[in-house]
Write a protein that binds this ligand. Structure first.
Ligand SMILES: *[C@@H]1O[C@H](CO)[C@@H](O)[C@H](O)[C@H]1NC(C)=O
Ligand SMILES: *[C@@H]1O[C@H](CO)[C@@H](O)[C@H](O)[C@H]1NC(C)=O
Ligand SMILES: *[C@@H]1O[C@H](CO)[C@@H](O)[C@H](O)[C@H]1NC(C)=O
Ligand SMILES: *[C@@H]1O[C@H](CO)[C@@H](O)[C@H](O)[C@H]1NC(C)=O
Ligand SMILES: *[C@@H]1O[C@H](CO)[C@@H](O)[C@H](O)[C@H]1NC(C)=O
Ligand SMILES: *[C@@H]1O[C@H](CO)[C@@H](O)[C@H](O)[C@H]1NC(C)=O
Ligand SMILES: CC(=O)N[C@H]1CO[C@H](CO)[C@@H](O)[C@@H]1O
Length: 799
């Protein structure tokens, strides 16, 4: 009997799918069963609509996935294991790879028990309209295939939902990942809802979402009516590709003076990757005006970032026209680029399924299977290898790391979308950017990739025999770490809820320690990320903003999300005006492009753009800044960054380099190998041969570089520490060498115990090297004994 019933319901269910909202319970069997085509069903729906029948209302999710439902609103009959507790029953929650922690891939019931249920306390009277179920995130196929639903107002007396004939058995899942929606014929009013699984595959495990609308409470209505909420009146809807195009065009028409609607290129399927430029003179780079970017939709199913950027465009346009001083200042002083959908193909897939029914990954990748965000050339290892060999920054620069040849042109290993992004990134002097992602609620700062040393590699092998990633590795330390942390905090702390982490993270315990920010390499390292590439290849500092647990929130959440993110989006943009900026010129006032600007104590330079302008994001402090350019003498000056908003102007006028002077110096050395002022202990005598333009003429350079005095003590201590680490590593490296090159040292070697070693930062010695580049009659090859570029003019007491 039951089987017949099930078949009947299956039939019914497939009909319901087609009719969607129009489900008139009186007419169902009689009328709809004569329909065989969608056309017929549609006609019928219209007929029903006009005959005044009530349409089944569909309520938005209560917030299992978004975590608006809190853990203590959930109760279960039993738990299979601690890590499969009721708190793991959230739609799309992801298991931790580590089997020892609390974070399993779903709620699972104890199979010894006879009765199974999971209960949700909505805390107020609610109109329930449906549930969505999903199996367990796990290699095994565990899911619930049928269940009853029951309701209660007091959690003691329960009414099981009837379909008119009997208790209504809902059909659940047929795989572990695809969410399946069951809508009720009529909304049910109650405070508690229970799901009672009846059949399942494997272990009885499920994740779920509940659809419902709070029943208006006459008492609290007074309150909500008086709650004044400023609404920006934006278009708080999800936009498919064509709607997005239309909306962006309409914004561009509304604010023609400050916008430019353009495209970065085409996706694999030929959709445009649209961008909106917002600035006072769109279409051109204005000297001294920094460029900022927000990008979103790397993963097509992370739709919130896309909508937030579309809202931001509308907001900037409207507020600019209305004369909002904050927006006016921002738009007039910044060239802003907003790219809402980097992966339009993926979004199209996810959008088709809708905000609740796409799985965790539907539309994540490009059409040809790339994860755009981590599809960039890995420059980290190139730089780190070079650093380990002591080649940075003399042979390999510490910035603008070249992309190895062939990578970008090779057989489809880089997505067309990534290529479009790379050329866009390289063709604009971006200073700061962020990519909006989803599925977590935090901001990550680079490095995104973990730096492996021999030791850590071995440790990982030991710890990680299961092949899972272990958390708690050392941070991927980036040169500008404190700046990056500041940038991350500027977003997280101005977001309405990002630092409210007492409920834990989206899938695990809060990885941010209550700060809302985390170093990506320490948290979930990935190679080839957009952020690392941006930092190592261009001047631009890029971070990832994870907007929330629900990657594709229901439309009704968009207004709330805008309110949560609006201040943070604006505050973060304003950070582009932090630190120092200026123009590097020659004595005649012509801009020098491609000049290098270095900050003492930070081993990461930046370069000037085509009009000679540069920006260097820095936290408040005093900095010794050096500008260098081919054919010019480098110049160092002190630049002070205060706490007030706005970047400090720090211009450089460079003199042509003075060749005669250099020749004199060369003559002093008899045009022979230059002896380093050194008491170094490189007795092992690594011999390196440098071409003349890399001579670290320590004495000369120190004269120039230390002329001003007043170097920050902190920076020195830090450099000293770095040097020690470096040196130890180098010693290990040397020790591990089995064959040492022949020693033809020109250096007087005295052995100095490592502890008393005093140092000048290894990179203080290199700047003058470039002066030699103009040498038309180069002196003979100069041989240096010290591969490590140390010179020892400083005593340890100096620090
Ligand atoms: C719960 O209470 C409301 C209002 O009192 C009522 O309309 C509803 O039918 C009750 N629900 C159940 C399941 O008893
Ligand atoms: C049911 O689960 C078992 C393992 O528990 C699995 O081997 C099987 O493939 C699953 N069946 C389906 C239809 O997924
Ligand atoms: C929002 O955008 C959609 C698609 O562009 C459009 O149909 C709708 O009218 C817009 N609504 C408002 C309030 O602007
Ligand atoms: C655009 O700028 C022109 C001239 O500056 C001005 O006359 C016009 O009103 C502006 N248009 C809008 C829509 O702001
Ligand atoms: C910029 O300068 C670097 C050396 O500082 C050089 O390698 C590079 O080719 C230059 N780029 C351009 C575009 O001139
Ligand atoms: C440039 O040279 C002039 C003298 O010719 C000197 O006074 C000035 O300090 C130099 N400036 C720099 C930045 O080296
Ligand atoms: C599938 C394939 O041919 N992959 C090749 C693409 O090109 C790179 C380098 O150019 C090769 O390493 C891959 O094997």
């Amino acid at each position: 009997k039951r089987r017949g019933k099930e078949r009947e319901k299956e039939k019914e269910k497939s009909k319901r799918k087609k009719v969607q909202c129009f489900y008139p319970h009186i007419l169902t069997d009689k009328l709809i069963s004569v329909c065989t085509s969608t056309y017929c069903v549609n006609m019928l729906s219209i007929l029903i609509l006009f005959s005044g029948l009530r349409c089944v209302s569909v309520c938005p999710p209560l917030g299992m996935e978004s975590h608006r439902i809190e853990n203590d609103q959930l109760l279960t009959s039993s738990v299979y294991q601690h890590r499969y507790g009721s708190h793991r029953a959230r739609l799309n929650i992801q298991a931790s790879g580590d089997e020892d922690d609390m974070n399993g891939g779903s709620w699972c019931a104890n199979s010894e028990e006879k009765v199974h249920w999971i209960e949700l306390d909505a805390r107020t009277l609610t109109e329930f309209t449906g549930v969505i179920t999903q199996g367990r995130d796990d290699p095994l196929d565990d899911y619930v295939s049928s269940y009853y639903v029951a309701f209660s107002n007091d959690s003691r007396e329960w009414t099981v939902l009837h379909d008119g004939y009997a208790e209504w058995l809902f059909f659940g899942n047929s795989d572990k990942n695809t969410p399946v929606l069951s809508q009720f014929m009529e909304p049910v009013v109650a405070r508690y809802i229970r799901i009672l699984p009846q059949s399942w595959n494997g272990t009885m495990c499920m994740r779920m979402e509940v659809l419902g609308c709070p029943v208006p409470d006459p008492l609290s209505q007074y309150h909500s009516q008086n709650e004044v909420m400023h609404r920006d009146d934006l278009n708080y809807t999800h936009h498919n590709y064509l709607d997005m195009e239309k909306l962006m065009k309409s914004i561009s028409d509304e604010c023609p003076n400050i916008t430019r609607f353009y495209s970065l290129g085409k996706s694999f399927n030929g959709l445009e990757i649209y961008a909106m430029e917002i600035t006072d003179n769109p279409g051109t780079h204005e000297t001294g005006e920094p460029e900022f970017r927000y990008t979103a939709g790397y993963h097509g199913n992370e739709a919130l970032g896309r909508e937030l950027l579309l809202m931001l465009m509308q907001y900037l346009c409207r507020e600019y026209k209305d004369g909002n001083p904050r927006v006016r200042h921002l738009v007039d002083e910044t060239r802003i680029h907003l790219v809402p959908s980097v992966n339009p193909d993926g979004h199209m897939k996810a959008f088709e399924k809708g905000s609740e029914l796409g799985s965790w990954t539907l539309g994540h990748w490009t059409e040809d299977g790339h994860d755009i965000f981590q599809n960039f050339p890995d420059l980290n290892n190139i730089l780190w290898d070079a650093e380990d060999k002591g080649m940075v920054p003399k042979l390999i620069s510490n910035h603008h790391v070249p992309i190895p040849e062939g990578i970008l042109s090779s057989n489809g290993s880089v997505a067309v979308e990534t290529l479009a992004l790379i050329s866009w990134m390289e063709n604009h002097p971006f200073v700061l950017g962020a990519n909006l992602q989803g599925g977590e609620r935090l901001v990550t700062y680079p490095f995104d990739m973990r730096r492996l040393t021999k030791e850590s590699e071995e440790m990982e092998k030991k710890l990680n025999s299961r092949g899972y990633h272990q958390e708690g590795y050392s941070e991927g330390v980036i040169e500008d770490q404190s700046m990056f942390r500041w940038l991350a905090i500027s977003y997280a702390s101005t977001h309405r809820t990002m630092t409210q982490t007492y409920q834990g993270g989206c899938h695990t315990d809060d990885p941010t320690g209550g700060m809302g920010i985390v170093n990506r390499a320490k948290w979930k390292p990935i190679p080839g990320s957009m952020n690392d590439f941006s930092y190592l290849r261009t001047n631009c500092f890029e971070l990832s903003i994870f907007l929330g647990c629900d990657k594709f929130p229901h439309q009704s959440e968009l207004l709330r999300e805008w309110e949560h993110n609006k201040e943070a989006l604006l505050t973060f943009m304003a950070q582009v005006h932090r630190g120092i900026k200026g123009v590097v010129r020659d004595k005649e006032g012509n801009p020098i492009s491609n000049a290098t600007v270095s900050v003492e104590g930070v081993n990461h330079d930046i370069r000037t753009g085509e009009s000679g302008d540069y920006w260097r994001l820095l936290n408040p402090g005093e900095y010794r800044v050096t500008a260098r350019a081919e054919g010019y003498s480098p110049f160092t000056r002190l630049c002070v960054v205060g706490f007030d908003p706005g970047a400090t102007l720090c211009n450089f006028d460079l003199n042509k380099s003075n060749w005669d002077r250099i020749k004199q110096i060369m003559a002093l050395h008899g045009n022979r190998p230059i002896r380093l002022l050194s008491s170094g202990n490189r007795g092992s005598g690594q011999r390196y041969t440098y071409s003349t333009n890399q001579i670290p003429n320590s004495k000369f350079s120190n004269q120039i570089l230390n002329g001003n005095g007043g170097v920050m003590r902190r920076a020195r201590l830090r450099r000293l520490r770095l040097m020690r680490i470096r040196r130890l590593r180098q010693q290990r490296l040397l020790a591990s060498k089995t064959t040492t090159p022949p020693t033809t040292t020109t250096m007087t070697t005295t052995t100095v115990p490592p502890t008393t070693e005093s140092t000048t930062p290894w990179y203080d010695s290199w700047p003058l090297g470039e002066i030699f580049e103009e040498n038309t009659t180069p002196p003979e090859e100069i041989k240096l004994t010290d591969a490590l570029d140390y010179n020892y003019n400083y005593k340890i007491d100096d620090y």
